[in-house]
Design a protein around this ligand. Structure first.
Ligand code: SAM
Length: 261
């Protein structure tokens, strides 16, 4: 029996990958191995799911759309191999999937409408994540990978790079999807550091400083950090109070965060 056609739902950010060359490149760069604890976010119609399951025996998949979950459940290829979690990934507890030996490997062509909050959610699980291979809006990948000094460098760049190594893997044009999204896409690899690269003794203070520093990009740190740090404290961190956040290194943000008492 042939399956009924699934109509893509905009509210779930459904743009299904259909370019086999792109799919192959993503999977080969991800390099899944048997025995790893691999989690796919938003398996959709299975564009990445089925090729993954050709290489590994077990895969977790988190999908919000009930109809898509039902399609997988009805597919004999999934039985015993695909562990479906019908859940909103934004409040999914990733620690429920780990065991004592393996950290998580995460892959997904993400729903673009929730990509930034989802990355912040995933960062909370950085210590139990080995790596992530994520398809995102190209502009978001540019922000994640940007260094100081440019217009793309901001809160997302600092918060991700303070805890992870990042690398753009692939640009993907909208023609690779059905329906095509209105924006270009890119794949990024995000690998949480296993050793301390940026010293962050208090992650809440670090997050507060970074958020406040970029509150109004055109304003100086002196302005944006009002109520958190004064000129003397900013200078004590080795940072010029009249500088703008976009010129600061990760270490500068770390030094500023340590000034909060
Ligand atoms: N992986 C498929 C592919 O590449 O063709 C589908 C990718 S599509 C861009 C995003 C997928 O994420 C859809 O299947 C959508 O239903 C699912 N999704 C959207 N919002 C979600 C959420 N909050 N939690 C879990 N899955 C979600």
């Amino acid at each position: 029996m042939t399956k009924a056609k699934h109509l893509a739902r905009k509210r779930f950010g459904q743009n299904f990958l259909q370019d086999q060359r792109v799919i192959n490149q993503i999977i080969s760069r991800f390099h899944p191995q048997k025995g790893e604890c691999i989690v796919e976010i938003g398996p959709g119609l299975g564009a990445l799911t089925w090729p993954l399951l050709e290489q590994i025996d077990e895969l977790h998949a988190i999908e919000l759309d009930r109809d898509l979950v039902a399609r997988f459940e009805a597919d004999p290829r999934a039985s015993g191999h695909l562990h479906l979690h019908q859940h909103d990934v934004l409040d999914f507890d990733f620690s429920s999937l780990t065991n004592a030996t393996a950290r998580l490997r995460i892959i997904g062509n993400l729903p673009y409408n929730i990509s930034t909050p989802l990355i912040f959610h995933l960062l909370e699980y950085a210590p139990i994540i080995q790596d992530m291979m994520l398809m995102l809006q190209k502009e978001v990948v540019q922000r994640i990978t940007a260094g100081p000094g440019g217009k793309n460098y901001g809160r997302l760049s600092v918060m991700v790079q303070a805890r992870c190594a990042v690398e753009k893997i692939l640009d993907v044009s909208s023609g690779a999807f059905s329906p095509p999204p209105k924006v270009d896409s890119a794949v990024v690899r995000i690998v949480p550091h296993t050793a301390v690269v940026v010293d962050i003794p208090d992650s809440e203070n670090f997050a507060r400083i970074v958020k406040a520093s970029f509150k109004q990009r055109r304003k100086t740190l002196r302005n944006n950090l009002k109520g958190l740090l004064n000129d003397v404290e900013i200078s004590a961190a080795g940072v010029d109070p009249s500088a703008r956040a976009e010129t600061l290194s990760l270490e500068d943000f770390s030094a500023l965060a340590k000034q909060i008492t």
